[in-house]
Write a protein that binds this ligand. Structure first.
Ligand code: TZP
Ligand code: MG
Length: 221
């Protein structure tokens, strides 16, 4: 079992600083490979391949794009995480996986991968967060902090409330805020106790993805 071979929490904390999430539909007008290269040059610290939503690639095409983006991450020294699809993560030897509440428990995903992988879980309530921690999550994604246009079935906007509540209870698991976050509105998320911010559109939709990533990185001093 790999459930006792967990990534170091402080390593995960650093990796969460500027967490970029993208799939092909998030950058319709340009190459995802080029956007990711620029974003990493600007200071992205973790990447999640999230090939989801209307018009998303499936099957072999999704795998091919995933492989290309994984290669860009390797060149840039940035961990590559797959959203939801543990079979894809295993086939690629991804550095980790990110799942939602409806998916298998974190430790069972790590065991399924068969190596020391980063396992992230989305949580929207204290109860969901507690369960994910007990199930072996290495970090939690908390949101949506702000309104988002990138996820149509997103839950109710919650601001930084749950992040503050978790930290107020002394829960020190690595945390990242998600949902509508930009360089301009990220500071309260970090001030609430998040180790980083995860964004789709603030980078993938930016005129200059490198500059957008650099602006987020600069918030960490
Ligand atoms: N989960 C909660 S909000 C969200 C996800 C995947 C979308 C975040 O995208 P954006 O463009 O940074 O608001
Ligand atoms: Mg899911």
């Amino acid at each position: 079992s790999y459930s006792d071979q967990r990534p170091e929490p402080d390593t995960v904390r650093r990796q969460l600083a500027v967490y970029f999430i993208m799939g092909s539909i998030n950058c319709p007008d340009r190459s995802p490979v080029a956007v990711l290269r620029e974003a990493i040059a600007g200071g992205v610290t973790l990447f999640q391949f999230r090939e989801k939503g209307a018009g998303a690639l499936t099957g072999q095409a999704a795998y091919e794009l995933a492989r290309e983006l994984q290669a860009v991450c390797r060149e840039g020294g940035v961990p590559f995480i797959v959203n939801d699809d543990v079979d894809m993560a295993a086939a690629l030897g991804a550095d980790g996986i990110h799942v939602g509440q409806e998916d298998a428990p974190a430790d069972s995903l790590r065991d399924r991968l068969g190596y020391k992988a980063i396992v992230g879980v989305s949580a929207h309530t204290l109860e969901e967060a507690g369960r994910a921690i007990r199930d072996g999550a290495d970090y939690l994604g908390i949101g949506p902090v702000y309104p988002t246009r990138s996820k149509h079935d997103a839950r109710t906007v919650q601001g930084t409330r749950l992040i503050q509540e978790l930290r107020g209870l002394g829960i020190d698991i690595p945390l990242v805020g998600i949902g509508g976050i930009t360089p301009g509105n990220a500071p309260p998320v970090l001030a609430a106790g998040a180790d980083g911010v995860s964004v789709i559109s603030a980078i993938s939709g930016a005129e200059d993805p490198r500059q957008a990533a650099a602006a987020l990185a600069a918030l960490h001093g």
